[in-house]
Design a protein around this ligand. Structure first.
Ligand code: FAD
Length: 385
């Protein structure tokens, strides 16, 4: 076994930290969080660093990096600005969907623009009726006159307001043999048209991510807008689930690491009764717990990413990483908030933002209850839902 991280990962971590110090300091991040928006220029700057093309092949202007590299980048982004990391995961997953399931023409048209930050895409699956029972979705697309007409509603579509197009999971064909997973397709629907209305949601956490509800009222998509096979959209999505869970886990590793940095510094700087508060066991012990749990979730996340990067099955490890990292981030941001006392609640403290952002983890992109259902089944127990 080799636990030494490759030098490229250390360089990547360093370049992300330098980027934030130079171009996106904490005061700026706070402004974007309060404005609930990440300006589009940021993605151009990301593209210049090569961070948008990680999951894109070199022939289309990307770097063809593995998932482990993606997890390292994601952890570092999240350490600074989790909303940005969440959006980056979305961009990365949409690029991978095109790369693995798009036609040659779609790849040639969209992948270079995605790598350059010139084309931004959202992913619309969840509907008001629920994200867990996603196969109950009711958004439909019909094909006539050489175009697709989309009708329905999506909820919690990250990025929808800024996107050039939304990859919409919708029903294009009837349910086959009572199998709801059949007959769904992914339709790339241009956003800027009268048939698409986007309303930004006022969320408590991940505020700058631009998560919105979207209404499709006879929205038109071109005849060649299907990504992947018609009626097989659900199976197209399944192929990227492990990666999505690993990258999500990396977000919560990043949040936990950042919370520890902040609380540790505070424990050294803040004095009470003539000593730094970090001299008291009641402050030291929770920080030791956070450091231990951080090491655990980083290890399991990196292991899952390593397995996927080496073409090995990793469904359980990816699910466990997402479960462990998201629950740990909740626990650890809470512990760290206690160390900061009243300062933890002040908006100028990045911990206040991390504490709110961590709240997304237990239910997105999949709820931890469903992760446990999946793990139970994998252990040979009957399906529980
Ligand atoms: C900031 C943010 C960004 C998001 N971005 C996107 C995006 O870009 N695209 C997109 O499509 N979606 C997105 N989502 C939606 C997200 O994926 C869903 O919130 C998630 O899938 C959970 O769905 P839900 O909120 O409808 O909860 P529900 O599905 O209503 O679940 C509610 C509760 O019931 C539990 N539950 C349901 N069924 C079972 C069962 N069988 N066994 C045990 N427990 C069960 C769940 O675990 C959960 O605790 C985003 C959400 C947020 C908040």
């Amino acid at each position: 076994m080799d636990f030494d991280a490759p030098e490229e990962h250390a360089l990547l971590r360093d370049s992300v930290r330098q980027f934030f110090a130079r171009e996106l300091p904490e005061t700026q991040i706070r402004e974007y969080d309060q404005a609930r928006k990440i300006p589009r220029e940021i993605w151009k700057r990301f593209a210049e660093q090569g961070w948008l093309g990680l999951s894109i092949g070199t022939e289309h202007g990307g770097s063809n990096a593995d998932v482990l590299t993606g997890a390292v980048l994601c952890e570092e982004l999240s350490r600074q600005f989790p909303s940005l990391a969440m959006d980056w995961v979305l961009l990365s997953m949409t690029a991978r969907t095109f790369r693995e399931h798009g036609t040659e023409a779609q790849k040639a048209e969209y992948l270079p623009r995605l790598a350059q930050g010139e084309f931004i895409m959202a992913f619309g699956m969840t509907e008001p009726s629920g994200g867990t029972d996603i196969l109950g979705l009711t958004t439909r697309a019909s094909h006539d006159d050489d175009c697709w007409t989309v009708n329905g509603q999506k909820l919690f579509t990250t990025f929808a307001g800024d996107a050039d197009a939304i990859l919409v999971l919708c029903r294009t064909d009837p349910i086959e043999n009572e199998k709801r997973a059949r007959g769904l397709s992914l339709v790339l629907t241009p956003r800027q048209q009268s048939g698409v209305e986007v309303r930004r949601l006022q969320l408590m956490g991940m505020r700058a991510g631009g998560t919105s509800e979207v209404f499709f009222d006879d929205a038109i998509a071109p005849g060649d807008a299907l990504v992947g096979e018609r009626g097989r959209g659900w199976y197209t999505l399944l192929s990227s689930l492990d990666e999505e869970r690993i990258l999500s886990a990396a977000i919560y590793v990043g949040i936990t690491a950042a919370a520890l940095d902040i609380a540790l510094q505070y424990a050294k700087d803040r004095a009470a009764f003539g000593r730094p508060i970090g001299a008291y066991q009641a402050v030291q012990h929770p920080l030791a717990d956070v450091a231990t749990e951080l090491t655990q979730i980083r290890l399991i996340t990196e292991k899952a990413a390593w397995l996927l990067s080496n073409g090995r099955p990793c469904a359980e490890e990816a699910a466990m990483a997402k479960l462990a990292a998201s629950e740990t981030a909740i626990r650890c941001t809470d512990r760290c908030m206690r160390v900061l006392g009243g300062y933890g609640l002040v908006e100028e403290s990045p911990l206040e933002r991390l504490f709110r952002d961590a709240r997304l983890g237990p239910f997105s992109p999949i709820s931890n209850e469903m992760v446990k259902n999946f793990l139970g089944e994998r252990m040979g127990l009957p399906r529980s839902y």
